[in-house]
Design a protein around this ligand. Structure first.
Ligand SMILES: Cc1cc2nc3c(=O)[nH]c(=O)nc-3n(C[C@H](O)[C@H](O)[C@H](O)COP(=O)(O)OP(=O)(O)OC[C@H]3O[C@@H](n4cnc5c(N)ncnc54)[C@H](O)[C@@H]3O)c2cc1C
Length: 324
């Protein structure tokens, strides 16, 4: 790729943020995002009078030295915080033990790292890309409002695999296309006096898979703000008209497993993630089709999760720079 080429990037999650981090000064980048704001699955919901809930990614690791070095200045600024919560592992038998120790991190608000890495970028939000159009060597992005956005020399999609394939259509059949697994998530407010022994737990259970206290991350809160995640198989039975019942089942299960039957519930709401996590995450870093000038990055690569998605975006950016 040569200097000042124009690149369109679909999505503004952590993979897209990593691309901006490496390429912002070398290429003309334009980001398109279907949501109202940036962050993708690193997202949160603020409930007035209750507090702030992370309802997507809960924490992230930084095992890779390059990811660590990118985080270093943000750790100093307090934009990233080590998360030293009291975490448990609840076994199927009901036995509970402290979770494995590992350096875990959270952002000061769920999407603040992404926001910071995308500072100054050209971003068009509320723009769902539905397909691509090729005109000679140039690409155009077609939005759901029939906007024709372009021209671009290259297009990178960071949307989850299924959504990426829908956008790429017949232009490029992806060789890697793991299905995405869902997650039903409940944001639960309990009275601040609630006596909870743990600040989060990995749970081996057919209904509940995880809970975390958002208070333990330094989030704004008037109440005890807990995020509960449903188990994958159980979440896959979601239907919109059952959301209320599923909230109730998940909350009851949590209260029972953690012996909080008498806790005072002050808030309950839910969010369904149809595309929460890839069923498989590949060890390769990204996909790039040099004949078409199309590429894909995100959490189906590099082992998945926030760290894998970041490294996927970063390594694709390196690949682009090296190809110059
Ligand atoms: C409930 C839940 C819990 C999780 N917990 C953890 C955890 O504890 N630790 C961890 O490391 N990871 C966790 N993850 C996974 C982690 O959030 C993801 O791996 C990571 O955020 C993916 O980043 P990404 O940039 O690849 O994709 P995304 O963050 O999904 O970004 C893709 C972006 O593309 C946009 N987009 C999609 N389609 C279009 C379109 N057609 N047009 C325009 N824009 C589009 C989306 O709106 C989104 O903003 C969790 C995920 C979920 C859902």
């Amino acid at each position: 790729m040569s200097h000042q080429k124009r690149i369109a990037i679909i999505g503004t999650g952590i993979a897209a943020a990593a691309i901006n981090h490496r390429l912002a000064n070398r290429y003309q980048l334009a980001f398109y995002e279907k949501a109202r704001g940036v962050g993708g699955r690193m997202s949160h919901r603020f409930v007035n009078g209750v507090g702030d809930f992370d309802h997507g990614a809960q924490f992230f690791t930084a095992r890779d030295p390059e990811f660590k070095s990118v985080l270093e200045p943000y750790l100093k600024l307090g934009l990233i915080l080590p998360w030293e919560a009291k975490l448990a592992y609840l076994k199927e038998s009901g036995e509970i033990e402290p979770a494995r120790k590992e350096a875990r991190y959270v952002a000061s608000t769920a999407n603040s790292l992404v926001k910071e890495l995308l500072q100054g970028a050209s971003i068009k939000t509320r723009t769902r890309i539905t397909s691509l159009r090729k005109d000679g060597p140039q690409w155009y992005l077609v939005s759901e409002n029939d906007e024709d956005l372009g021209p671009f020399d290259y297009v990178i999609t960071t949307a989850p695999s299924v959504q990426s394939q829908a956008i790429l259509g017949d232009h490029w059949q992806l060789s890697i296309l793991p299905p995405m697994k869902p997650c039903f998530c409940v944001m639960l407010g309990l009275s601040p006096e609630t006596n909870l022994a743990w600040q989060g737990a990995f749970v081996k259970d057919p209904i509940l898979s995880w809970f975390a206290s958002n208070n333990s991350k330094g989030r704004k809160a008037d109440e005890l703000c807990l995020t509960l995640h449903g188990a994958e198989e159980w979440s896959s039975h979601y239907e919109p008209k059952q959301a209320h019942d599923m909230e109730e089942i998940l909350v009851k299960r949590f209260l029972k497993l953690f012996q909080l039957d008498n806790a005072t519930i002050t808030h309950r709401s839910s969010h369904y993630w149809r595309y929460a996590r890839p069923a498989a995450a590949y060890e390769q870093a990204y996909l790039w089709n040099p004949d078409l000038n199309l590429a894909m990055a995100g959490d189906i690569f590099n082992g998945g999760r926030v760290e894998g998605a970041f490294l996927s975006g970063l390594q694709l950016a390196h690949g682009i720079l090296e190809s110059k």
